[in-house]
Design a binder for this molecule. Structure first.
Ligand SMILES: NC(=O)c1ccc[n+]([C@@H]2O[C@H](COP(=O)([O-])OP(=O)(O)OC[C@H]3O[C@@H](n4cnc5c(N)ncnc54)[C@H](O)[C@@H]3O)[C@@H](O)[C@H]2O)c1
Length: 259
């Protein structure tokens, strides 16, 4: 029960395939009280998905691009559960023209939109919720390691590189307040966001072959467990860190593997 008595905000639950859904499930199993946010047309879907975890989880509307809504969510969550001990940032979006091999022709507007929603949003979330974060507390983001170029991932990959950097700067600037900021770099998982990335599903077999521990794209729980570790006091000395939960694939080169 590593999250006993902890109150955790989980953003980004869309369906029961979402990494955020698996994170909430493991957090509840570990004793946490969970609140969730959803946004826009997806809000109803989030509410339905969350019911599969527990009838007691409150869902608040929060479009990370709408600062009034973010502030309203902070106020409502404070009223409903009080201060928080942890937050999962599981938010990403790229316009179609920013992915799928269109890299050289993507407009600055589409690239910036990817950055705003997928990377800068971590700063928005962290600073908006800081007034209701306990000391110590933990913020965790979800990365897809972009230290090499992934054909088709394109400007979402650039946004992920920014996200990694933002994790380190937030870790620096929020350390005094007792807030740790880290990310988990997950292997590919079959979620709604992933389905929208051209070519992503073709990575399934390759990843499983490369990862020393193997990889199941249909099981987000191994990633969720690492997120839960980072949300818990077990990670009290960890901040500004990116932990790979990818079966070890990031540590292995591909080109010399036997066919
Ligand atoms: N699926 C993968 O293979 C994989 C791998 C590594 C990292 N990730 C990251 O995990 C995170 C969660 O994605 P997922 O794969 O579980 O997919 P998902 O589609 O289940 O979740 C994406 C979430 O982003 C939310 N979102 C998008 N725009 C938003 C906005 N303006 N305001 C608030 N929320 C918004 C959606 O509501 C949705 O819940 C993302 O950051 C994604 O990049 C995914």
């Amino acid at each position: 029960m590593i999250l006993k008595d902890k109150k955790i905000l989980i953003t980004g639950i869309l369906t029961d395939k979402s990494i955020a859904f698996a994170t909430a499930k493991i957090a509840i199993e570990n004793g946490a009280t969970v609140v969730a946010t959803g946004f826009g047309k997806g809000l109803r879907i989030t509410e339905r998905a969350v019911k599969r975890l527990s009838e007691d989880i409150k869902v608040f509307e929060m479009d990370i691009e709408n600062l009034n809504q973010v502030n309203e969510a902070v106020k409502n969550i404070e009223d409903e559960v009080g201060n928080l001990d942890g937050i999962l940032h599981a938010i990403a979006f790229s316009p179609t023209d920013a992915m799928g091999g269109n890299f050289l022709n993507t407009t600055v507007e589409d690239a910036v939109k990817s950055f705003e929603i997928s990377a800068f949003s971590l700063k928005t979330l962290a600073t908006s919720f800081q007034p209701i974060l306990n000391k110590p507390s933990s913020i965790v983001a979800l990365d897809f390691d972009n230290s090499q170029a992934w054909p088709g991932y394109d400007w979402q990959g650039v946004a992920k590189s920014s996200l990694q950097s933002i994790v380190r700067y937030l870790g620096y600037y929020m350390g005094d307040s007792g807030v740790r900021v880290n990310a988990v770099a997950a292997g590919p998982l079959a979620t709604t966001a992933a389905k929208n990335i051209p070519g992503f599903s073709e990575m399934d077999n390759e990843w499983n072959e490369r990862a020393p521990l193997g990889w199941d794209t249909k099981n987000a729980e191994p990633v969720a467990k690492v997120v839960n570790f980072l949300l818990s006091d077990l990670s009290e000395a960890v901040t500004g860190e990116i932990i790979h939960a990818d079966g070890g694939a990031h540590s292995i080169g591909g080109s010399m593997l036997p066919n």
